[in-house]
Structure formats: C-alpha cells, structure tokens
Design a binder for this molecule. Structure first.
Ligand SMILES: C[S@@+](CC[C@H](N)C(=O)[O-])C[C@H]1O[C@@H](n2cnc3c(N)ncnc32)[C@H](O)[C@@H]1O
Length: 486
C-alpha cells in the first residue's frame, strides 16, 4: 500500500502583496496563502504546505498558468532561491507603484483627514549595481560543503553566490576569489547554532563616485590566521581587482567570552584606513561637493546616487533666506552627512550619533571639508538631549533632522524633540511603519479620539525615494511643521 500522502495542489490567483513584499492568495475558505516568487495577478498551480503557521499557509509555484502582466524576467541566476532581492521578477514601474501604495495605505488616516501632500516615489537612477556595500556570509552544512553568499529566501541557510547584480562586478570577483582562498585553507565557517567555527562574514564596500574599495573579513576568535594565510587572503583580493591594487583590507575578530560583553578587534591588513565617497548635492540653489571618509564600521547610505538625491530633497524643504541664523540638530547622524551639507546654510549644526567610530569619521569629515560650524556629540540621542535640555545655556534648535534606525525614535527621543519644539522636523526613515507611529505622536494623534487640528505638529509632506530596487523597502522623507510655522 502506498502510504505517501498526496501533496495539496491548488489553482490560485495572487491578489495582493503584503507589506513585506510577499505575494498573497486566498483559497475558497479565505485562508491566507503566501506563495514564494509569485507576482500580483499571476494565475498559478501551487503546492501548499499542509500546516498553517501563525494563520498563514505557505506554498510554492508548480506551474504558472497565466503570467501576470507585471512579471519580468529576473536577471540573476540565483533569483529563485536568494533572499537578496525578492522583487527582481516584477517590472520596475510596478515595484514603484506598489511602494507608493504601501505608503498611501500606511498614511491613509492622514491623507483622509489632513492636507498632507504625497509626492510620487522617485525612481532609482540605477536598478542594478546600485549598492555601495554588501555583506556576504560563510556557512557549511553537515557534509562540510562550503557556501559563501547571501541568505536564502525565507530561510537561514546561505546560498553560494557567483554574481550578485546589486553591486558592481568586482564585488562578485572578490567573492569568488575568497571562495578559492577558502578552498586552499581548511577553515570552518562559524556555526551560529553551536557557536563553533571561524569564518563569519565578508563585507565589501566602495565609494561609487571615487572607485575606492574596501574588504572586511569578520571571524570568531577561535583561530589566529598565520602571516602566510593573511598574505594569501590579500593576494586573492588583489587578483580579483586586477589591474588596480588600490584597496583597504581589514580583519575584524569578534572576541566572545562567557559573561563578558562581546568586543571586536579590528586590524588593518592592507591599504588605507578608510575609503572616500564624494557626494554631489544640489540644494537650495547651490551645487555642493563634499567628501566623506567611510571606515570599516561606519554607516553610509547604501545607494550613493539616491543618497545624494535624498539629502538634496530633504534640505530643499528649508527656505535658504530663513535659516541663515538658525541652529539645526542632526539626530542619528552617522558620519554627519546631512548635517554637514546643511551646515553651509545655517548658523550651526549639532549632530548626535551613537557609534563612536562614526563620530570619529564625522570629525575627520569636518576637517576634510573645512567645516567649522558643526558639533559632533557621541552618545544615545535620548540621553544627550536630556543633558542638553537640562543646560540653561542650551539654545534650542529651530530645525531638527532625524534619520533613526528601523526601530524608529522611541518615546524618550520624541518627548525631547517636543520639548525642543523646533519649527520644522525633517524625518527620514527606511521603515514607514515606525515612522508613522512616531509621526502620530508628534502630531498628537496617539489619542483615543485623535484631534485632526493637530495641536503640536502638522504633517505637511511625504516624499518617498527608491533606494532599494528589487526589494520592498522604501525610504521616505516626512516634513512636519509646528502649527504656527507654515
Ligand atoms: C539610518 S542611519 C542614518 C545615518 C545618517 N543620517 C546618514 O544618512 O548616513 C542611523 C544611525 O543612527 C545611529 N543610532 C542608532 N541608535 C542610536 C541612538 N540611540 N542614538 C544615536 N544614534 C543612534 C546608528 O549608529 C546609525 O549611524
């Protein structure tokens, strides 16, 4: 007797995308079904998992019966399994339309009840090879087969990547050369489940406008590379970028001991301490060129072309004549990019950033660009604002720019911004959900009976920018103005 149960195969039509970019269909019982690699309006035969998890059934395409008009041919051979860019099979114009719809859905209460103006999402200058930084992972299975690449779609396993079209070709050449190096030297990949093994990540960065290059190998402290192994590592990278030899190479060793906070030991193996990126900004009628040093640990917006556009657009919401004598706060400033551009137009900029390394970079960047009216403070935004606000000599800034991590601002930072009471808040975010929650509080809408006359701030503008083609991520600028300042 054949005991094997038949798989569940169903004909489905994809009805929408979830906010995380997943294709969703519903069966006759209205069960929500997520289908990997499907596109809105595809009619498919799908194989479904028998078990529902968290109210959702997962499935995969067996056959596309009627392809969606939005479907595109993925450029990448890894697309079916790689989690790097899940929307490569969707036409770019439709990716943009979806992102615009996500924003409109999220902010629908504001759209219905206020005069907020929503701009059409700005398309990315390049839709391939746009990233200036990639992080690849080392991994091994039980048979010790080696993988170096990106995390699988919806999974935790690493797939071997030969060519990644999110970044320039030399990234993949380095990746492939490091695979060759790994074949020669018998190191184990780090295993996150048992904490054993050595090789963790390979991070590659570049200055898009300078062609500067950087490679960082992150390992555990379970082994110390010999001089020969390091030389061979460097030689393989140089071979990948031939005929150029200009590159910075680092070894970043994670030091973990039970009961002691994890630290990193960063060692330069080759080249300069930093790479440089040049930004060309077109703001308030001026064309500005600024140079930024980027270190192995400092944050830089991953799509240089669109970062230039993002910063220019954000600053263009200010009025040149009105801000000359004003003070600006650049919160979550990273290496001080936005603040340094703005410093040209205002009396002074105070920047706050948690990463010590990014603060050091910012100080170097001030010197590099001969900027004098920029103060960099290292620390947590909420704590530093507490300290500043308790100083009776603190001159309250009239302009506040925030660009927090995905988790958003948090209550204490919001409370402090409200205490500062700036005329304008420019809120840049890569997570529209946390941005929305924070804006509800800033505009006094966290109440059970929201007051749409907005007692504190009014949300005036939403200006989305596509920094991440082929992913569902949206970068969004929100402009909030104090009620009396229009
Ligand atoms: C999205 S990045 C923005 C950086 C910068 N505005 C730029 O465009 O390059 C967010 C920054 O916030 C910093 N950060 C995260 N939590 C923080 C906190 N609690 N206080 C201060 N900075 C923080 C991170 O180190 C990171 O540099």
């Amino acid at each position: 007797m054949n005991t094997e149960k038949k798989p569940i195969i169903k004909e489905l039509t994809i009805e929408k995308f979830s906010q995380k970019g997943k294709a969703i269909a519903f069966d006759e019982k209205k069960n929500k079904i997520i289908i990997t690699n499907a596109v809105l309006k595809d009619v498919i035969l799908a194989k479904l998992n028998k078990r529902k998890r968290k109210g959702v059934i997962k499935g995969e395409i067996v056959e596309i019966l009627k392809p969606s008009e939005y479907r595109d041919e993925p450029k990448c051979i890894h697309f079916d399994i790689c989690g790097g860019c899940t929307w490569q099979n969707i036409k770019y114009f439709y990716q943009l339309e979806q992102k615009q719809n996500f924003l409109i859905d999220a902010f629908q209460d504001f759209i219905k009840n206020t005069n907020v103006e929503i701009f059409p999402i700005v398309k990315s200058k390049n839709i391939f090879e746009y990233r200036n930084k990639m992080e690849f992972s080392f991994s091994q299975n039980r048979k010790k087969t080696k993988f170096l690449g990106l995390i699988m779609k919806g999974g935790r396993f690493v797939i071997d990547v030969q060519r990644c079209y999110l970044a320039n070709e030399w990234f993949s050449e380095v990746l492939n050369q490091i695979k060759n190096w790994w074949e020669i030297h018998d190191f184990d990949a780090f295993n996150y489940f048992n904490g054993e093994g050595f090789l963790k990540n390979l991070t590659i960065k570049e200055g898009k406008n300078t062609q500067d290059k950087m490679v960082i190998l992150t390992t555990s402290d379970s082994y110390t590379l010999s001089d020969i192994e390091i030389k061979d590592f460097i030689d393989h990278i140089i071979k990948a970028i031939y005929p150029s030899k200009k590159i910075s190479i680092f070894l970043n060793t994670q030091i973990s001991k039970k009961g002691i906070k994890t630290t990193f030991n960063l060692q330069k193996l080759y080249g300069e301490d930093n790479i440089q990126e040049d930004l060309n900004i077109d703001a308030l009628g001026e064309k500005i060129k600024l140079k930024f040093k980027i270190g192995p640990n400092s944050f830089f917006q991953p799509n240089t072309d669109m970062a230039q556009y993002l910063y220019s657009t954000a600053i263009n919401y200010l009025k040149k004549e009105e801000i000359k004598n004003k003070i600006a706060l650049d919160l979550y400033s990273g290496t001080g990019t936005i603040g340094m551009i703005l410093s040209r137009f205002v009396k002074k900029v105070i920047a706050i950033e948690l990463s010590e390394n990014a603060c050091q970079m910012a100080k170097d960047n001030m010197k590099l660009n001969n900027i004098k009216n920029f103060e960099m403070i290292n620390g947590d935004v909420s704590k530093i604002l507490n300290t500043l606000l308790s100083d009776k000599n603190f001159e309250k800034p009239e302009i506040v720019i925030v660009d927090p991590p995905r988790s958003g601002l948090g209550d204490e930072a919001i409370e402090n911004i409200l205490k500062i009471s700036p005329e304008i808040i420019i809120y840049i975010s890569c997570n529209i959900n946390t941005q929305l929650e924070d804006i509800k509080i800033l505009t006094n809408l966290d109440l059970i009976n929201p007051d749409w006359t907005n007692k504190k701030y009014q949300l005036k503008i939403l200006h989305p920018i596509d920094q991440f083609p082929h992913t569902f991520h949206i970068e969004n600028i929100a402009i909030l103005k104090k009620l009396d300042f229009d």
